[in-house]
Design a protein around this ligand. Sequence first.
Ligand SMILES: [Zn+2]
Ligand SMILES: [Zn+2]
Ligand SMILES: [Zn+2]
Length: 201
Amino acid sequence: MSVVLLPPVTTSCGRIDAEPLTVGPRFVRTRAMSRWHRPRSGRRYVRTGRAVFDLWCGGGYVDDTALGCDTPPPGELVCGTCDGRAVGAGQEVDGPDGRELLFSPRWIDPPKNCPGSRRTLFAEMAGGRVGRCLVCGDLQPLRAMGGPYDPRWAIVQHPTGAALVAPCAFHRWRYLTVAGDRMACACGRVLDAPTAADQRD
Ligand SMILES: [Zn+2]
Ligand SMILES: [Zn+2]
Ligand SMILES: [Zn+2]
């Protein structure tokens, strides 16, 4: 049985020669580990073909030479932090009885406030008082912002518009920047114009 993985948003945002993995083993461990852990996200490196899984507990990562299993053998220990977090995140259908669990990780769902808020990711409209947000497509007022050490002419904080740019497969909307006339992630991935499925109503 495989489980659905989250996008690897915590991956550092240097250039990444990898693709995110969407499914992984339920439990993983290396031979050196004292207990079974659970994968939160994963990626496969394009050049080497090596797969790496990040753990829910944050206790490092394992690669695809690690052991994987559906149910740890009787008597073998399971990392409580990994198991609790994986279950709490809905990676498991049979969570704790009688409790409705809520899990809303930051940066996974489209954000309520546009990630372009208070930033300089806009195209100025004629007159210079209004900009079209390059992140979500909405027209919003421009203002002088920042303190004496970080002065900038930026777009005001605003709700995410309907034409939100497609997220980076790794970092979602966390590290947006501009590459030529396209939106990109700081990791170098150019982001697609929004598809219908990514648009909010
Ligand atoms: Zn763990
Ligand atoms: Zn916006
Ligand atoms: Zn990225």
